[in-house]
Design a protein around this ligand. Structure first.
Ligand code: NAP
Ligand code: MG
Length: 398
């Protein structure tokens, strides 16, 4: 049978440990037998990042900006223990942080829902996608422990020497104080990525902050979202039959719990951090969580939400066959192939991406699963298999 053709290559970012093994299996078992695969390959495995002084990560991100779509394998973010394990020259920064800084993007995370694994919130029928603003606020704060009576001031100094100041608090005793910031540029990029993603996936967009309490800080977020919506997206949203809606964060949390899902929920940095873990655990497994970085220019980088599954890798090195769940990595590939197909107008390739997802979901629904889903799936005929057996079962369905 003739293989499905591609036009523009994907940027392929290989990674580390168990996910690197799964990466190769997905290509060999699922993709290459069906597609005449075109990629530009960048090896982001820690050894090669170290050999290139992390230049490979920067090159891969820049190339993604040029070609438009990337697929990325999970990678190790080095810590002290990895320094000795890999004999590293320096403790290289998180590749995801480097890539995010170059693409200036927002991360969207959504669970893969299958019949037989009920979310703990029983009314959630469609996935909820969380968009977290990954810049500033409490993640870049400045803090003091106050050790006695004093006055804390907030002072702005402009280049012409002009100053504005406000007293935060007059301490009569010890306490704490914290300074936070964000920028109009970053908030606007975040808003634009959210509007683009909602349009692209034809889902409503919700945005929530606490602007009744934080009138200027959170108020600015609300205002920027509303301005961009009114001037650039209102007509497009109406034409697509979707809505943008702002509400207070506490109201949003209450509504999310009563919703049937199927929307994008945009959140400030801290709210997004907390709510993504809530969503992931309410849906069962990190191995069933997809992740895509979308830049305001409309560049896409697909990956799994989980890490390199180190514990399974050490078992693999001892010669054991592991039952690591490849779903999120498989969906990173199908997501990237689908986006590439849409941009290049390749109907066959788009259908193939849909079929990968359908076949893998059906494989699980029929009871062929990896070990992590054993306690979650409600099915009398379930059978736990190795990663390779799982992928072969998906390939047979394809
Ligand atoms: P992890 O790789 O996500 O794994 C944590 C645990 O979750 C695993 O030990 C496993 O539990 C379970 N798990 C995760 N994915 C699974 C899958 N696909 N199938 C089955 N079980 C799965 O997180 P980590 O152990 O904290 O981090 C390992 C390395 O990954 C670190 O070096 C970290 O820097 C890196 N990391 C990379 C990314 C990224 O590139 N996006 C994200 C997070 C972490 P059991 O062992 O109990 O089976
Ligand atoms: Mg978190």
């Amino acid at each position: 049978m003739a293989k499905i053709q591609m036009k523009t290559p994907l940027v392929e970012m290989d990674g580390d440990e168990m996910t690197r093994i799964i990466w190769k299996q997905i290509k060999e078992i699922i993709i290459e037998p069906n597609v005449d695969l075109k990629t530009e390959y960048f090896d982001l495995g820690l050894k090669h990042r170290d050999e290139t002084a992390d230049q490979v990560t920067i090159d891969a991100a820049n190339r993604t900006n040029e070609l438009g779509v990337a697929v990325k394998c999970a990678t190790i973010t080095p810590n002290a223990q990895r320094m000795t394990e890999y004999n590293l020259h320096t403790m290289w920064k998180s590749p995801n942080g480097t890539i995010r800084a170059i693409l200036d993007g927002t991360v969207f995370r959504a669970p893969i829902l299958v019949k037989g694994i009920r979310p703990f919130v029983s009314c959630w029928e469609k996935p909820i996608t969380i968009a977290r603003h990954a810049y500033g606020d409490v993640y870049r704060d400045t803090e003091f422990l106050v050790d006695g009576p004093c006055r804390a001031d907030l002072v702005l100094t402009y280049p012409d020497g002009r100053q504005e100041s406000q007293t935060i608090f007059e301490y009569k005793d010890a306490g704490v104080v914290q300074g936070l910031y964000n920028t109009d540029k970053s908030i606007s990029a975040f808003a634009t990525s959210c509007f683009e993603y909602a349009l692209d996936t034809k889902q409503d967009l919700w945005f929530a902050t606490k602007d009744t309490i934080s009138k200027k800080y959170d108020g600015r977020f609300k205002e920027i979202f509303q301005n961009i919506y009114d001037t650039q997206y209102k007509e497009k949203f109406e034409a697509a039959g979707i809505t943008y809606f702002y509400t207070l964060i506490d109201d949003a949390v209450a509504r999310v719990m009563r919703s049937s899902g199927g929307f994008v929920w945009a959140l400030k940095n801290y709210d997004g951090d907390v709510m993504s873990d809530m969503l992931a655990s309410a849906c069962g497994s990190l191995a069933m969580m997809t992740s895509v970085l979308v830049s305001p220019k409309g560049v896409y980088e697909y990956e799994a939400a989980h890490g390199t599954v180190t514990r399974h890798y050490y078992r693999h090195l001892k010669g054991e066959q592991t039952s690591t769940n490849p779903m999120a990595t498989l969906f990173a590939w199908s997501g990237a192939l689908r986006k590439r197909a849409q941009l290049d107008g390749l109907k066959d390739l788009e259908d193939f991406a849909d079929r990968i997802e359908k076949a893998s979901i059906e494989t699980i629904e029929e009871g062929t699963i990896t070990g992590d889903l054993n306690n979650l799936l409600d099915n009398d005929n379930k059978k736990t298999v190795t990663t390779e057996e799982f992928l072969r079962a998906v390939a047979a369905k394809l």
